[in-house]
Design a protein around this ligand. Structure first.
Ligand code: PCA
Length: 325
């Protein structure tokens, strides 16, 4: 027994000696379920930083909104309640229209275009975040957004009065313009919302429908490819300033890898999750021509509204994006 105790004490000492004195634990709140590809990417990023810094900075992810709910994550990081975290960028559209650059219907509808739009918008977004004591580390798009319904829908008229789950200003506005009734619900809570009839439709990716098993309540997914919103990972700028140059380099390299891997996963996940919805019993396919045309008209209205709200800087983003086409 004595021997075992000695051995344990020696092991503990060795472990303690291996860890530098300044070891820090960074809790990383994330809003989406652990099985989601953004959360998987975040977990890999956390491992990369923990290993790369030799344990000087250990990142521990908390998916599913378990530490802070999606809507509270940015404030938690700004105020230093958590050093690092992930949030849907367009979730901040109510603060500043610029944050909604990636939720303009039919502006950028493919992964390639979404990357170009991000290139055009990134400097503005980095500035906005910096003004709020936040440093951008990486950003990864969701797969293209389509429409989920309980019943078959062939036109905008068919949508009238349907309860619609929204996740940002643009999705609420889309509901208003299609005569639906928006209710904002975090992805972590949608399975229950659909099961209890709080909502009967939403716009989202195949990925979120798959993660939340929405086929238990909904039957139709229309591949509208309306836009590709982005999640981003931010760190509190005061905390970032206190990180050694060596560890900053490690974190930046891990962020670059995460962005690459996240993009790759998003693309792979697009087809995989649509098949998953089919396997779950849903009808998955393109929207009717009439519905597509009507939605495009609504897209024009929403583009104009966004350009008005986002001013010259917004217009410059759209112009820079169009110049890359
Ligand atoms: N899933 C997230 C945002 C966009 C997406 O595809 C959600 O539905 O909340």
């Amino acid at each position: 027994m004595k021997k075992l105790t000695n051995l344990l004490a020696a092991t503990a000492l060795t472990a303690a000696a291996a860890l530098p004195v300044a070891a820090e634990k960074w809790d990383m709140p994330m809003a989406y379920s652990a099985s989601n590809f953004h959360s998987a990417t975040g977990a890999e990023f956390a491992k990369c930083v923990t290993t790369g810094t030799g344990g000087e900075i250990e990142i521990v992810t908390h998916p599913s909104g378990s530490l802070f709910k999606g809507a509270d994550i940015k404030r938690a990081i700004q105020t230093g309640q958590a050093p690092i975290g992930e949030r849907l960028l367009s979730g901040h559209q109510n603060e500043n229209a610029l944050f909604g650059f990636d939720s303009i219907p039919f502006l950028a509808t493919s992964f390639d275009d979404s990357a170009k739009l991000w290139d055009a918008a990134k400097p503005s977004i980095e500035n906005l975040l910096a003004e709020q004591n936040l440093t951008l580390l990486y950003a990864v798009p969701w797969p293209p957004q389509g429409l989920y319904f309980k019943d078959e829908v062939n036109s905008v008229a068919d949508m009238k009065g349907i309860k619609f789950r929204s996740y940002n200003n643009a999705t609420s506005r889309l509901a208003e313009l299609t005569g639906m009734l928006p209710v904002t619900i975090e992805a972590a809570e949608i399975s229950q919302a659909f099961a209890t009839g709080v909502a009967d439709s939403m716009v989202s990716s195949g990925s979120t429908g798959y993660d939340r098993k929405v086929w238990e309540s909904l039957d139709y997914f229309y591949e509208v490819d309306a836009w590709l919103p982005r999640n981003y990972v931010m760190v509190n700028s005061d905390i970032w300033a206190g990180v050694s140059d060596a560890n900053k380099n490690v974190i930046k390299a891990c962020a670059e890898l995460a962005e690459y891997a996240g993009n790759w996963r998003a693309k792979e996940y697009t087809g995989f999750t649509l098949q998953g919805l089919r396997d779950g019993g849903m009808t998955v396919g393109p929207a009717s021509e009439q519905m597509t045309n009507e939605l495009k008209e609504i897209g024009v209205t929403m583009t104009n509204e966004w350009l008005e709200a986002a001013g010259d800087e917004g217009k410059a983003i759209v112009d820079a994006f169009n110049a890359q086409q």
